[in-house]
Design a protein around this ligand. Structure first.
Ligand SMILES: [Zn+2]
Length: 483
């Protein structure tokens, strides 16, 4: 994979040098080509200087796929690269001098599914064309079934499953400071931690990624859940604009993050209800929102115990790398209802002290060993049964606040509706809605007046705010309520 990337980079550098001089009249150019791969999928990303105009994907007789980028320059001639990759046999780019377009050819093995799409620029990235390649779904399912069988066997033997999640990867490098690139650093660290578990027959440690590729945040959690993980630990290094900030932090789910997740799960459940199959065993699908909160409070208490045990071991690992303690944050990787989950920030790359320690081999080993020891300590001691009472309190308070907001909104909407309907009815039937008035004549009685207008005596009294003992007088104006 590295070779491919180097090759592509070399190719790009060549192109940039040539294109700027040879094709100065065309404004768009390809600025980079990148290739990322996970065990199940791969992406070729073409970076562009402007939003591209791309043709539909065509197919040559030999099965090669291609598309054109209009008004786009590339290195003249036809460059072809045999990648010998499980997802991509070849990739080539050809500049068409006649119409100023560039054609991208790619050939995928028979079983690979390919999709091409354009991604618009955002704050972090420019315009891109992505060739997305994936193993066929059937093959992925086959792999997952084999994996599940393996997990069942491990569980039967009471072997604990630990999922280690090296943060970031591929397109997303994480922080990058003082010679540490987070995505590479945490991958190496996770492998080191895994090595400790590998030597211990009580455990099976699995990484969410084993190379330099990106995995969506929810998928990291899903991988661990699918594997029936007994503990999930995401590994990161931190960064801060204040360079003096230094130390280790261990996070678990925050009440705020959990409330949002409960809302999302309920919304998701409602969406999924349309597709619900009978006999569904997913407990979340069957749970009410309050039950979900209860499950969260339960698992959060376990996450706290895991976080505390890990933080304790890490705080003792290196005297020069202090612990900033256990903290809570609504990170998406920490939302699981199935397993205790924590996120470890192994110090600040922005700190000169921390980064020097993090780069030191002996220190790294100690930090890896401490994480292993902390997780192991948690998994070998009986988890205290408990719930996160703080969370349930927060959950109730937030729900009450939401209910009040909702009620206020309804009240406002109703008042508005009332006002409009009154206005409308005034318009449509002027006589009916016009407040009626009666000038009391000598000898009038309330009951006679009520009879005349077809209303009750009491309703007249109420409309005129009369007390029980009040009597009517001549020339008094009475408001007559509607029937
Ligand atoms: Zn990170």
């Amino acid at each position: 994979m590295l070779n491919i990337k180097k090759l592509l980079l070399l190719f790009i550098l060549l192109f940039i040098n040539l294109s700027t001089t040879l094709f100065a009249n065309t404004n768009q150019r390809i600025t980079d080509i990148r290739f990322w791969q996970s065990p199940e999928e791969a992406q070729v990303v073409l970076d562009l200087s402007e939003p591209p105009k791309v043709s539909d994907v065509g197919r040559l007789n030999n099965g090669t796929l291609y598309f054109d980028i209009k008004s786009c320059v590339f290195k003249p001639g036809h460059q072809r690269y045999a990648l010998q990759n499980q997802f991509l046999e070849s990739l080539s780019v050809q500049q068409n001098d006649d119409n100023g377009s560039t054609r991208v050819f790619f050939k995928v093995p028979h079983s690979v599914e390919a999709k091409t799409f354009v991604l618009p620029s955002n704050e972090r990235k420019g315009d891109r064309i992505v060739i997305f390649l994936r193993e066929p779904q059937s093959k992925i399912l086959q792999k997952q079934t084999a994996e599940l069988n393996e997990v069942k066997k491990l569980k039967a033997e009471n072997i604990k499953i630990v999922v280690l999640d090296p943060g970031h990867g591929g397109e997303d490098p994480g922080t990058s400071c003082n010679g540490i690139v987070e995505k590479s650093y945490v991958l190496a660290m996770a492998k080191l931690v895994k090595a400790y578990f590998d030597r211990d027959p009580r455990y099976k440690a699995i990484l969410t990624r084993e190379a330099d590729y990106i995995i969506p945040l929810d998928k990291r959690r899903e991988i661990a859940e699918r594997l029936g993980a007994d503990a999930f630990v995401s590994i990161h290094v931190n960064w801060n604009v204040k360079k003096a900030i230094s130390g280790i932090e261990v996070y678990y789910e925050s009440p705020k993050g959990a409330v949002n997740e409960a809302d999302r799960l309920v919304a998701d459940k409602e969406n999924k209800a349309d597709f619900a199959t009978l006999g569904s065993t997913n407990p979340v699908l069957a749970a009410s929102k309050n039950q979900i909160a209860q499950m969260q409070a339960n698992i959060m208490d376990q996450s706290r115990q895991l976080a505390e045990k890990v933080e304790y071991k890490l705080s003792l690992a290196l005297p020069n790398l202090p612990s900033r303690g256990v903290k809570r944050a609504g990170f998406r990787v920490l939302h699981s209802l199935n397993m205790p989950s924590i996120l470890v920030e192994y110090g600040y790359t922005s700190s000169k002290i921390d980064s020097a320690i993090l780069k030191d081999y002996t220190s790294r080993t100690k930090l890896a060993q401490a994480l292993y020891a902390g997780i192991s300590n948690f998994l070998q001691t009986k988890v205290e049964g408990g719930i996160d009472a703080d969370y349930l309190e927060y959950y109730k308070a937030m729900n009450a606040k939401k209910a009040k907001l909702e009620a206020d909104k309804k009240k406002k909407a109703a008042a508005k509706k009332n006002a409009t309907s009154k206005k409308n009815s005034t318009k449509s039937s002027k006589t009916a809605a016009k407040p009626r008035k009666h000038k009391v004549k000598h000898g009038d009685t309330l009951s006679a007046i009520a009879k005349k207008y077809g209303v009750t005596v009491q309703s007249i009294k109420t409309a005129n705010k009369m007390k029980k003992t009040d009597v009517i007088k001549s020339d008094q104006i009475l408001i007559i309520p509607a029937k």
